[in-house]
Write a protein that binds this ligand. Structure first.
Ligand code: UDP
Ligand code: MG
Length: 136
């Protein structure tokens, strides 16, 4: 049975800065993750802190929020079959050093913090994250 989902993807500052947006978008399109919405924005540190609230107790939280707000990002709604897990598989492991071959993080990630992309990890978080960036 078909299971069409939507998920939120972010191309992080390190990848936008290196002009990798079109290359990364093509990886999604080839895997039939359709880009329903896309916008290039820069968020404030407070907005990043709200977005990454789930990590607020982690030692890397402050740096993570500074980093996500440090430059332009591209936020997208991806839609397709099992979009949430399909996107997570395409992204690869959080640490690019541990990511599988041909994943986005293996191809383009610089380090565990500059790992080029974000992707929602569950149906509930996908809904929340899409609303965060695309509420009207
Ligand atoms: N992160 C970090 N240091 C760590 C773990 C995570 O800087 O030790 C950053 C990394 O950029 C990651 C983000 O925090 O993408 C969110 O962490 P999560 O565990 O949710 O990884 P993801 O879902 O992005 O794979
Ligand atoms: Mg996560």
């Amino acid at each position: 049975m078909s299971n069409i989902e939507q998920t939120l993807s972010i191309i992080k500052p390190d990848a936008v800065e290196r002009n990798l947006v079109e290359e990364i978008k093509n990886i999604f399109i080839k895997k039939e993750l359709n880009i329903k919405e896309s916008k290039k924005i820069q968020i404030t540190k407070d907005e990043a802190a709200e977005f990454y609230k789930v990590h607020q107790s982690k030692p890397f939280y402050n740096d993570l929020c500074s980093y996500l707000s440090s430059g332009p990002i591209v936020v997208m709604i991806l839609e397709g079959e099992d979009a949430i897990i399909t996107n997570r598989k395409l992204m690869g492991a959080t640490n690019p050093k541990e990511a599988e071959d041909n994943t986005i993080r293996k191809l383009y990630g610089i380090s565990i913090d500059k790992n080029s992309v974000h992707g929602s990890d569950s149906i509930i978080n996908a809904k929340k994250e899409i609303e965060f960036f695309f509420k009207n």
